[in-house]
Write a protein that binds this ligand. Structure first.
Ligand code: DLL
Length: 433
């Protein structure tokens, strides 16, 4: 079995890597200009030709692509390869507007699975492992992406898909799964169920590969402790292939971007200005190896920081921080910017459960912020006075973090619906008006 940790590429000196990126970028721009009239028109409008793009130093000359472009060009307008060469589509999990449909040639699938295989290896995966994939299979990229990566590494792969928690736990125990792949919110739910049903001590999990949604360090510690594993973050998006655009190594200090396939930039989301590494801004990606659906300077809307410092794992690829929120899921409440991740940090720091829901509404022209947090069973039996004391304490901590008042309601254990995929944390009723 080939070893999918590719030291040559993942530990390549940066100069060599940038040379490779430059060559791939120049070739990709020619490919896109020749085959995607939609993007050609955008380049023409900006007066840029493929000859102007000789290397990564010219990247900033190219126009951005956004989700709006994808919607406008839906479904085939950004396709860069003949349809007969495409073997698969995947689609975003978004519930509003037109979905994004991404196309793959067999070559694209191979490269994507390589990226996921790197993530599995970075989490300690080998052909001795049993890898349980509980991301959804189907249009969502999570299931099939990690499935492909796990196969390439040679793990015994359990294609569970999401849901049916009792069956998940049964296989986890009977087949002695060592690696768990799912969203962090589902991992938290599995942990809770494993403890409740008493199987927790019979599990052999050593690593979790969790991503597809925002999660905090506090949530990481909680899951690690409850499931007895090391939790690794993984990032990606359908437009760029799916999971595996970036992944964590054993240092757990940010996610290495697969820079031989994706060039990352950070921009000011308002002005589009490129920001230096270390500054917080919107993540922008250019896919330099994809054939069917290449994204050039694609604005992800994810807000994060890039770190080019050398990682002690030996990989030279830069790292991205956990996304701190999306420029489009940042809530503006009474004029103040609020990220759900800030609320989660406060709740978990205060020892509350990760089962919470944020409800925003507008009453008499003023925004309201309510946070429902599930009580743990031991809290539930406590007195009303004790509960209101905890609520008050949370209100104060949230005020210190957010700068605005929120109402906190401790609700009964198990009263907030569990998620098997991406959790729905925010209900913004203001959109209904
Ligand atoms: O969520 C792909 C994926 C599957 C990634 C499995 C990791 C594991 P989409 O459904 O297109 O694709 O959603 C992409 O999800 O722009 C981020 O906002 C968010 N996201 C993905 N990974 C992370 C992560 C998949 N590790 C959108 N942390 C992205 C925070 C994440 N947010």
């Amino acid at each position: 079995m080939e070893n999918y940790y590719q030291p040559k590429i993942e530990t390549m000196p940066r100069e060599e890597l940038q040379k490779l990126q430059s060559e791939r970028l120049a070739a990709q721009i020619k490919h896109v200009y020749e085959n995607v009239p939609y993007y050609r028109a955008k380049m023409d409008e900006k007066g840029v030709t493929p000859d102007d793009i000789k290397g990564i130093e010219d990247l900033h000359k190219l126009p951005f692509l956004s989700k709006d472009d994808l919607r406008e060009a839906y479904p085939y307008g950004l396709l860069a390869a003949p349809l007969k060469d495409c073997v698969r589509i995947h689609s975003t999990s978004g519930t509003t507007g037109k979905r994004v449909v991404a196309f793959y040639t067999q070559h694209d699938i191979d490269l994507w699975e390589d990226c996921c295989a790197r993530a599995v290896v970075a989490a300690g995966g080998t052909s001795d492992d049993v890898c349980q994939v509980c991301y959804g299979y189907g249009l969502f990229t999570g299931g099939m992406g990690l499935h492909g990566g796990s196969h390439k590494v040679g793990c015994l792969t359990l294609p569970m898909s999401s849901g049916n928690t009792a069956r998940q736990l049964q296989f986890m125990e009977d087949l002695q799964s060592t690696i768990l792949c799912c969203t962090p919110s589902y991992a938290a739910y599995l942990a809770e169920s494993a403890i409740e049903t008493g199987v927790r001590d019979r599990l052999k999990l050593k690593a979790g590969i969790f991503g597809a949604e925002a999660w905090t360090e506090e949530m990481r510690h909680d899951i690690e402790e409850k499931l007895g594993l090391k939790a690794f973050d993984i990032y990606g998006l359908t437009e760029l292939s799916g999971p595996g655009v970036a992944f964590e190594c054993s240092e757990q200090g940010g996610m290495h971007i697969n820079e031989d396939h994706f060039i990352a930039e950070i921009i000011n989301p308002v002005t589009g200005e490129v920001l230096p590494y270390g500054e917080k801004g919107e993540l922008v990606f250019t896919s330099i190896t994809k054939e069917a659906f290449p994204m050039i300077r694609y604005r992800t809307r994810d807000i994060c920081v890039l770190n080019a410092e050398k990682c002690s794992c030996g990989r030279t690829h830069i790292r991205m921080s956990k996304p701190m929120g999306r420029s489009d899921d940042m809530l503006i409440i009474r004029g103040v910017n609020v990220f759900p991740s800030q609320i989660e940090t406060v709740l978990l720091n205060k020892g509350m459960s990760a089962n919470y829901q944020i409800i925003v509404d507008r009453v008499n022209n003023s925004d309201t912020l309510d946070i429902n947090v599930e009580m743990t069973p031991d809290l539930f039996s406590d007195s009303i006075a004790e509960i209101s004391k905890i609520e008050k304490d949370l209100v104060n901590s949230l005020k210190a973090m957010l700068g605005i008042m929120a109402k906190v309601h401790l609700v009964e254990p198990k009263s907030i619906t569990r998620s098997e995929g991406k959790a729905v944390r925010v209900i913004d009723n203001r959109k209904l008006y």
